[in-house]
Design a binder for this molecule. Structure first.
Ligand SMILES: [Zn+2]
Length: 401
């Protein structure tokens, strides 16, 4: 798609009619970036690119990094989102039964998966991650009962659910399972391999966000090829100038999506664009490597480590923890980790050495309960209200009878 079509799509929203009012649009590189702040400050209806009657769904960003951003989707946006999945190497088809653990409240991936299942004629099981009706244990039970061929969820959920399954005596891969489709968090090459080893099936990744929708899926070699004609990706330096191919830069996304078009959206992600023709799959479009958010970069002891590099270090450790997180302050960086079976001080010291070496700075280590293990095995809280309550029959009465 050429630049003009992205400009035309953008000009259908009030946000851009206002923003680009006195701006020369002939020179693409001089079109101002759209920032997260622009979207946060915009009126909810100003970001709309279609009349309200063409809207199919409304979503919002989680708000973890500030005020939530509104995001509208037209019926056509839903169709095109499903196409991203359908045209991918996942090869979703009518023989598939998909267990969908993405949250349905406000997020978009759950709908992309559902739309794709409808289009492909695949079976769909909704087991919302954030619903009290479907805690981890219930999901494992449903997997055992229904033998889904594809599981879709957040990467951290895939790691957690695997361990819940282990605790329940499940053997992996579960019967009939052929793939996982993950989205919503960064997955480095080492992390992808780690999750594939846990579940024993290939992992497919969907790249996108609530603002942009689903944009790309990984090819069979794990690469995001820029093969979506409705999206333009640029990598720019700190001054906003395009960087050379193969150099890391700031991600700038343009999308002609009807519900909420975006023109040169500077989303605070770090990416690198590479020549795509070297990939062993047949695609020739450039490859995008995603290194995570700028705010997730750790600067310490004259070293700078982005989230991708951090994952590469953690997921190649000799002992990968069940859960982990990094805690930083001015004078120290801590690696908090949790193992299903707590490890001894010798192993902990070895992990600390190994991780410090990989990252290039001194990291402290602390074993802690990030998620209480018994919480993982919680029973479902049923969502239905009981209108008729029967008192239990007391034992003495039974004896009288
Ligand atoms: Zn490829």
């Amino acid at each position: 798609m050429n630049n003009q079509l992205f400009i035309e799509a953008a000009m259908r929203s009030k946000l851009y009619q206002k923003k680009l009012k006195n701006i020369e649009l002939d020179d693409w590189n001089r079109i101002p970036f759209t920032t997260k702040d622009d979207l946060r400050k915009a009126d909810t209806f100003d970001v709309l690119g279609v009349p309200l009657h063409q809207v199919a769904t409304y979503h919002e960003t989680s708000g973890t990094t500030g005020t939530p951003t509104p995001s509208w989707y037209s019926h056509k946006d839903h169709e095109l989102g499903a196409q991203v999945v359908l045209q991918s190497s996942l090869k979703l088809n009518e023989q598939d039964v998909v267990l969908n653990r993405f949250p349905f409240a406000l997020a978009i991936p759950s709908f992309i998966v559902y739309d794709a299942c409808q289009k492909a004629g695949a079976g769909h099981i909704g087991v919302d991650k954030a619903s009290m009706v479907t805690p981890d244990r219930r999901v494992i039970e449903i997997i055992n009962r229904t033998n889904p061929t594809i599981l879709t969820m957040l990467p951290s959920e895939a790691e957690k659910l695997y361990h819940v399954g282990l605790l329940m005596g499940v053997r992996f891969p579960t019967k009939g399972l052929r793939a996982l489709l993950l989205a919503g968090e960064l997955v480095s090459t080492a992390r992808k391999k780690y999750i594939e080893n846990l579940w024993g099936v290939p992992v497919h990744l969907l790249f996108g966000s609530t603002e942009t929708g689903g944009l790309f899926m990984t090819c069979e070699h794990g690469h995001y090829h820029l093969d979506n004609p409705n999206v333009k990706i640029e990598a720019v330096d700190e001054k906003g100038r395009p960087v050379e191919k193969g150099t890391k830069g700031n991600c700038v996304i343009s999308s002609s999506r009807e519900g909420m078009p975006l023109l040169r959206y500077y989303n605070q992600d770090i990416i690198q664009l590479m020549d795509g023709s070297h990939c062993q799959c047949k695609k020739t479009e450039p490859i995008m490597i995603h290194y995570g958010r700028k705010e997730d970069v750790i600067e310490y002891q004259n070293k700078s480590v982005n989230f991708y590099e951090l994952q590469e270090a953690v997921y190649t450790l000799h002992e990968v923890p069940f859960m982990w997180k990094i805690k930083t302050s001015i004078n120290r960086v801590q690696f908090l980790c949790q193992f299903i079976e707590p490890v001894g001080t010798a192993i902990l010291a070895a992990i600390q050495r190994e991780l410090s070496e990989k990252l290039g700075f001194d990291i402290e280590i602390q074993q802690t309960d990030i998620i209480p293990i018994d919480k993982l095995m919680d029973k479902p809280a049923y969502g239905k209200y009981a209108y008729i309550e029967r008192e239990p029959i007391h034992e003495p009465e039974l004896i009288v009878k």
